[in-house]
Design a protein around this ligand. Structure first.
Ligand code: ATP
Ligand code: MG
Length: 551
């Protein structure tokens, strides 16, 4: 049966209509990060939408830094953002900066002043807010609202030339103090900020506001579809007003629901606080929802794209289940990752009938989906380590792993039988004496099967590795519901990082795949950058099994 064609999302519908009607000839979108932090999973959704739509309809996407706030921005972030977008596999047409448009924006501000559509206001922030009124009541006009264009022009130039201190004056548009839309009540266009900018240095001490920057920047670049999150829909009329009033290229804005995830916070301000207070090891701590964090955790761009595809694009805010993201990660890694055996909490197994000193090497597939594909060499000897949890003294009937007088298959090799349990003075099991059945070697003669198969490593060949077992950073599912008398930091999960040790088959250390690997039967892990030759460190990407199934 043929698959039904996928229903278009509302943005695809708009774009197809625009192409059909001829409103636009080709699609140009933009991704507009403010360089005041690292990109996070929410940005991944925005990237998938902006770059994804352009790709689908043969268009292009600009990377435009929305850098109008000199005190919070930094080139460290500029560079990190590019690295993350590239990692996601997206290519921008042009790398642009809103600050490159400061001259043009300034000229437009003077134009509005000359046309009587903007004025310099001497009120302070508080007076301006109060004067704006409320949704129910009209605002009151500023006493400075009726300055002449000549006076406004002189004052605005003096603002630009550094004659006034921060906050002493602002430039406002002169629109309508009684408008139903609060954004029309004489919005601020420029504020004074004596601060160095990461690109323009000390050239400016006045900086344009978001609303006076974004639409015009879109217009300058001839962006056809300016796609942003829902909270900007109230800004749209003002976005249109500037473009119409200035008579410039008609870019249009469209809004979609931002990504919210359970057990996750995505506000850059709060993520920065976690970093600054040392509550995480940095922006790339593997528990962080940042793209550099999830990358270090072992998540793949393919998994993130699969996730964004599945959640789709809607106009309604909702909280997505982080388990769906984890499921996507498992789906992707299950197909692609290499397998290795690692024992985390070992018991020693001695094979009493194994020929002294004999080492057998097994060729084991790196991925079971491709049994004839690349393999790794796994050594087998008479002294092994198995997982403590795979042995039980008083085992229930349904326990199919190793138990006294019971048999189990060692993955890729023989069936062994437990003949004797060695305990220490406290009754702790310290060693098992087992015998192997030579006739059960895979590929030799008859195949005898037992119910359980367990992983193992040869004790003499095992490589000790450090493990970082990560879990969710927060313990509250809906982080927008932090009670008023509490702080979001009260919900940090104390067990989000547990340290462990592993004993790995030697081939693990030679893995060159560059993505997370599967530790057979336990989970996906990725080698961390903190590894040294003597101390390899592996981060747990996710556990292997989970009862979660997407709808
Ligand atoms: P934050 O609130 O985390 O600081 P922001 O919106 O200020 O984020 P920007 O750098 O301005 O971050 O965002 C760049 C683009 O990414 C914007 O178009 C913004 O709408 C989008 N974006 C930000 N957060 C999300 C999210 N959670 N889901 C989808 N898109 C997002
Ligand atoms: Mg922003």
């Amino acid at each position: 049966m043929e698959e039904a064609p996928k229903k278009l999302n509302f943005l695809e519908e708009i774009i197809e209509d625009d192409l059909k009607s001829g409103r636009v000839k080709s699609i140009l979108t933009r991704f507009p990060p403010e360089p005041n932090g690292y990109l996070h999973l929410g940005h991944a959704k925005s990237l998938c939408i902006n770059f994804g739509l352009a790709q689908k309809y043969g268009g292009q996407t600009n990377l435009r830094y929305d850098d109008t706030n000199p005190t919070k921005e930094d080139t460290e972030y500029v560079d990190a953002i590019k690295e993350d977008i590239t990692w996601m596999g997206f290519h921008w047409a042009k790398e642009l900066y809103a600050s490159d448009y400061f001259d043009q924006l300034y000229a437009w501000a003077e134009e509005l002043i000359q046309r009587g559509l903007a004025y310099v206001d001497d009120q302070n922030q508080e007076e301006i807010s109060r004067g704006r009124g409320t949704v129910e009541t009209a605002g009151v006009e500023s006493p400075y609202r009726n300055r002449t264009p000549e006076e406004n022009l002189r004052l605005f130039r003096e603002m630009r030339d550094g004659k006034y201190a921060d906050g002493e004056k602002v430039l406002r548009a002169k629109i309508d103090m009684a408008s139903k839309n609060m954004f029309f009540r004489d919005p601020i266009l420029y504020r004074i900020k004596h601060a160095s900018h990461h690109r323009t240095g000390d050239k400016w001490c006045i900086y344009p506001m978001y609303d006076f920057t974004h639409g015009q920047s879109d217009s300058i670049e001839h962006i056809t579809h300016s796609i942003c999150t829902l909270e900007f829909d109230v800004h749209r009329p003002l976005y249109d007003w500037f473009i119409e009033t200035l008579g410039i290229f008609p870019s249009h804005q469209y809004e979609f629901a931002r990504l919210n995830l359970t057990y996750t916070l995505m506000s850059k301000r709060k993520l920065l606080e976690l970093v600054q207070k040392g509550l995480v090891s940095g922006w790339d701590d593997p528990r962080m929802p940042t793209l550099c964090g999830v990358r270090r955790r072992g998540y793949t761009p393919e998994a993130l794209k699969m996730f964004c595809e599945r959640i789709g694009v809607t106009k309604r805010d909702q909280l997505m289940d982080i388990q769906l993201l984890e499921w996507c990660v498992r789906q992707d890694l299950n197909e692609r990752s290499n397998r290795y055996m690692v024992v985390q909490d070992p018991i020693k197994v001695t094979l009493t009938n194994w020929p002294e000193g004999l080492v057998e090497w097994y060729d084991c597939p790196l991925n079971p989906a491709d049994p004839e594909g690349p393999s790794r060499k796994v050594p087998f000897t008479g002294e092994l380590l198995i997982e403590r949890a795979d042995f039980m003294v008083d085992a229930p009937k349904k326990f199919f792993r190793l138990k006294p007088d019971g048999e189990v298959r060692l993955k890729y090799t023989y069936i062994i039988k437990c003949d004797e349990v060695i305990k220490d003075a406290n009754g702790q099991v310290v060693e098992l004496h087992c015998s192997y059945d030579p006739s059960t070697k895979p590929g030799s003669g008859e195949w005898r099967s037992v119910k359980g198969t367990i992983h193992w490593v040869s004790a003499a060949h095992a490589r000790r590795i450090d493990l970082r077992l990560y879990d969710r950073l927060f313990s509250l599912a809906d982080m927008s519901q932090v009670p008023e008398d509490k702080d979001y930091k009260d919900f940090l999960n104390p067990d989000s990082l547990v340290l462990g040790t592993g004993y790995a088959e030697p081939a693990l250390l030679e893995d060159k795949s560059g993505i997370a690997v599967q530790f057979e039967r336990t989970g996906y892990y990725i080698k961390d950058k903190d590894s040294t030759l003597d101390h390899p460190v592996y981060n747990r990407t996710t556990v292997l099994k989970d009862s979660y199934k997407p709808e």
